[in-house]
Design a protein around this ligand. Sequence first.
Ligand SMILES: Nc1ncnc2c1ncn2[C@@H]1O[C@H](COP(=O)(O)OP(=O)(O)OP(=O)(O)O)[C@@H](O)[C@H]1O
Length: 317
Amino acid sequence: MTIQNLGTPTIELRNVVKDFTAGGGFGSRDTFRALNNISLKLYKGRSLALVGESGCGKSTCARLITKVHSPSSGEILFKGQNIEELKGRKAMLDYRGKVQMVFQDPFGSLNPTHTIAHHLTRPLLIHNRVSNKSEIPAKLEELLNLVELPSEHLAKYPHQLSGGQRQRINLARAIAVGAEVILADEPTSMLDVSIRLGVLNLMQEMKEKMDIGFLYITHDLATAHYIAEETAVMYRGRIVEWGDTREILRNPTHPYTRLLISAVPDPDLPFANLIESEPNYSVSADKIRALSLQPSEKVIKVNSNHFALSWKEEAVA
Ligand SMILES: Nc1ncnc2c1ncn2[C@@H]1O[C@H](COP(=O)(O)OP(=O)(O)OP(=O)(O)O)[C@@H](O)[C@H]1O
């Protein structure tokens, strides 16, 4: 499917800027620009990977989408409607049900004193996902089935499950409230390497079978190709390269993306085969970071769905 005929995005960010203000001494106030002119689109049944190192602004994007913060300027649209216009308890409950977050620490978002059944029953009731309480047991079984866990887990407590199983419960909870979009913030980075792929595969299935759209937030470009058709590479509050994930991996164009790829430690990763030329980037990482900071609004079109912000080439040479 080409990007042109995907319909209205479920979530769209248009030229979003986020400034944080910190109180300085003697009443002065410092402003820090965490997001600088961010535009992106998330479609149902597709994934967008938001990739970048710590502090680049990935989680701030998610916090703006979930209305924890408001943008300083720019717009965030849900199915074409500016989310700033969502007012009232019902509209907010509806939006919060449809736009769900899954966090890095699968234990942190579960209450150790409650069973898995309790964790899944509450959202079903709060978001009116069952018309009668008698429907709950079947619904709980269905949810566990969807995330490929045996129904015996319903009676267990979070500490009795593995990290991967707990993350599956968090995904089940998002399904329980009727999520159309899941903002998954480093969802596998605290899991053992051996079970990461299983969770990514489950997200892939949720995307394909339930038409859920994912914003997959990660510092690890190597995992983006598992579930994300598209990728946006962020550096210090800006998206420096974006478009088709395989195109970006095959032909990384912005020096910062090349730096990220050259930092992937494992040459045996399947995605390493996607890079046609060895990204033997001999310039220093500090130099690339410095040049990536130089403001540029000029966009290089690499192909129909692959773009990069321009940079001063002589600064890399
Ligand atoms: N509420 C806040 N007040 C002030 N600064 C903030 C606030 N939230 C985030 N920041 C700053 O904005 C920048 C981006 O933070 P953010 O958490 O979005 O980064 P990130 O890419 O998600 O990093 P990580 O992968 O470490 O979570 C950081 O420099 C952070 O210190």
